[in-house]
Design a protein around this ligand. Structure first.
Ligand SMILES: [Zn+2]
Length: 231
């Protein structure tokens, strides 16, 4: 919150606001259009504090750590003793190509000399008929696109979408509320990246080769400056 203070001090200054997180930038733009700018700004600040103090820890992170959430992805074993090998046995990360709805995946696979089973249409994923989940194209990704797909132990299938300089899960939970910073699938991915390999890339367990960009889960900038606080 302290890092964001400067955005609230100069809500009129476009150059300052340009450095704000995208959501906050949009909120501050709305504030400027209000008649009573001051009280609108105060409300925006309160919402932000509430996100950091209540919504993110309580309504987001606490929720996904439950047995009924993250627990559905880890069938056996407990906690940090779960090694990457075990986690990726039940949850498969697959290198794929996703094609547009008007492309025949089988035909495309033949033309490109790719195994058919790794070419998908977006409508084959679990988020296809859900409102909150954005489509791949909404992220500025042109199809066909090489993407990493998570096939999870509980039966759902979601693509990880390159966004900013990392990946975001495309599941509806993640996108239903703006303050949700993580979903259970991303928690799983970060555990897999963190446990053994300490890598910023999600390991591909099967499928076709995809660019590093489609597997880079953690921002290189964060990776370069992060200092672990645990042993
Ligand atoms: Zn997800």
């Amino acid at each position: 919150m302290r890092e964001e203070e400067r955005f609230f001090e100069y809500p009129e200054d476009s150059a300052v606001i340009a450095g704000a997180p995208v959501y906050l930038e949009a909120q501050l733009e709305e504030v400027r259009e209000h008649d009573d700018t001051e009280s609108a700004l105060e409300k925006a600040r309160e919402r932000r504090v509430n996100w950091y103090r209540e919504s993110i820890p309580g309504k987001n992170l606490y929720q996904i750590l439950k047995k009924s959430s993250y627990g559905t992805l880890i069938s056996g074993g407990k906690g940090p003793s779960l090694a990457t090998a075990v986690l990726t046995e039940d949850n498969v990360f697959e290198g794929t190509v996703v094609v547009s709805e008007d492309t025949d995946p089988k035909k495309y696979a033949r033309q490109q000399n790719l195994p058919e089973e790794f070419v998908y249409r977006e409508s084959e994923f679990s988020h296809a008929d859900s409102d909150p989940a954005p489509s791949i194209v909404d992220f500025g990704i042109e199809l066909p696109a090489p993407l990493l797909i998570g096939r999870f132990a509980n039966g759902s299938r979601y693509p990880f979408i390159p966004w900013g300089d990392g990946l975001t899960c495309s599941c509806p939970y993640k996108h239903d509320q703006p303050w949700r910073v993580m979903c259970k699938h991303e928690l799983l991915a970060s555990n897999i990246c963190g446990f053994e390999s300490s890598s910023i890339f999600i390991p591909k367990t099967r499928g076709i080769d995809i660019p590093h960009r489609a597997r880079r889960f953690v921002s290189p900038e964060i990776a370069a400056t992060h200092r672990s606080t645990t042993n």
